[in-house]
Design a binder for this molecule. Structure first.
Ligand SMILES: NC(=O)c1ccc[n+]([C@@H]2O[C@H](COP(=O)([O-])OP(=O)(O)OC[C@H]3O[C@@H](n4cnc5c(N)ncnc54)[C@H](OP(=O)(O)O)[C@@H]3O)[C@@H](O)[C@H]2O)c1
Length: 308
């Protein structure tokens, strides 16, 4: 571990985004601290193995967060959302409260650079989705604070497309986009790479809001890419009207895609200059996504999409 840099505190390091950020920061030789609820979980033990310092605590424990923030240069802030369902997620109010509290504690602790991860759908107007508008309110609060802050807004995770319930196990794929409609996607590992680049250059990225995506795909692209990766035909169809009528959550997300809010506005070329390794969906499917894809092709599990 490098002694020349001050540490960065990563929230959610046992999860997808925080895990990706912790790995990328360690690769860039940053000392990394993680606030974890269960230091003996498999994910925590894996973090230890990467040289991450574990501090026990949780979002509601301000004293533990203060202790974890002592002497750090940076903080990466992520909260699960109500879209992840009642087991994994927080309520919209909890998400907002914790996102705001972490930012306030970062100011109080004299943190040099706060990176908050929001979501691509956030913009000037509310979306009507609780777990997007909670992030808009956290963003707005952060912008009022006397701290160097960068907000990242990841597009839909590529990982989400291999979750059970979208039909891959039955040789088809059903999703939000129409055949000729584009939607941006990002591999979770690229969020970490971009966030590491942001922490490396606060003068360039401080005060900015950055949409993050590695690719843009249509329904037709998804059919071609899944078919190529599976070595057999995977037919694409947008969610049927019956599915959307029965699932208002999906219907709202689909409507947001139709108005462009969920389609993504990331500048893919500019992001590739920040991180030349930004993954296309084809690259992700052939690489780190391969295992999840194969599992999805073989799984017979029922609908499990929470929609984070
Ligand atoms: N899915 C998408 O396509 C997408 C796209 C853009 C944005 N997002 C947003 O991404 C966020 C979720 O990020 P993610 O996928 O990285 O989440 P994740 O994989 O579910 O990880 C959540 C992390 O938060 C930790 N955590 C949960 N409750 C906690 C608490 N009370 N105190 C301290 N730590 C706690 C978990 O720790 P434990 O290990 O202890 O549980 C875990 O490390 C959501 O807000 C979602 O809206 C999702």
């Amino acid at each position: 571990m490098s002694d020349s840099k001050p540490p960065i505190l990563v929230f959610g390091a046992t999860g997808q985004q925080g895990g990706s950020v912790a790995a990328a920061l360690r690769k860039a030789d940053w000392p990394v601290r993680a606030l974890v609820r269960n230091p003996s979980s498999a994910q925590s033990v894996a973090l230890l193995g990467m040289g991450v310092e574990l501090l026990p605590g949780q979002f509601a424990d301000a004293d533990a967060i203060r202790a974890a923030m002592a002497g750090v240069h940076g903080v990466f802030s992520v909260q699960p959302s109500s879209g992840q369902g009642p087991v994994l997620g927080l309520s919209d109010e909890e998400e907002e409260r914790f996102g705001v509290a972490i930012a306030d504690l970062a100011v109080e602790s004299g943190v040099g650079h706060l990176v908050y991860t929001s979501v691509g759908a956030v913009g000037d107007q509310p979306t009507g989705m609780g777990h997007f508008d909670s992030k808009a309110r956290i963003e707005a609060h952060i912008r009022t604070l006397p701290i160097t802050a960068t907000i990242v807004r990841p597009a839909t995770f590529m990982e989400m497309l291999t979750m059970p319930g979208f039909g891959l196990d039955a040789g088809r794929f059903n999703f939000f986009v129409k055949s000729d409609q584009s939607m941006q996607l990002v591999a979770v590992e690229d969020i970490g790479r971009i966030v590491a680049a942001i922490f490396a250059d606060p003068a360039r990225f401080g005060g900015r809001t950055l949409e993050i995506a590695g690719d843009s795909v249509t329904g037709r692209d998804l059919e071609a890419l899944f078919t190529e990766a599976a070595g057999r035909q995977i037919a694409y169809e947008r969610f049927s009207d019956e599915v959307l009528t029965a699932n208002p959550f999906l219907a709202k997300l689909t409507a947001l895609l139709d108005t462009g809010r969920l389609a993504g506005r990331a500048d893919l070329d500019a992001l590739r200059k920040i991180n030349p390794d930004m993954l296309s969906f084809r690259e992700w499917l052939a690489g780190s996504g391969r295992e999840a894809f194969e599992r999805a092709l073989g799984t017979g599990e029922a609908w499990a999409y929470g929609g984070s």
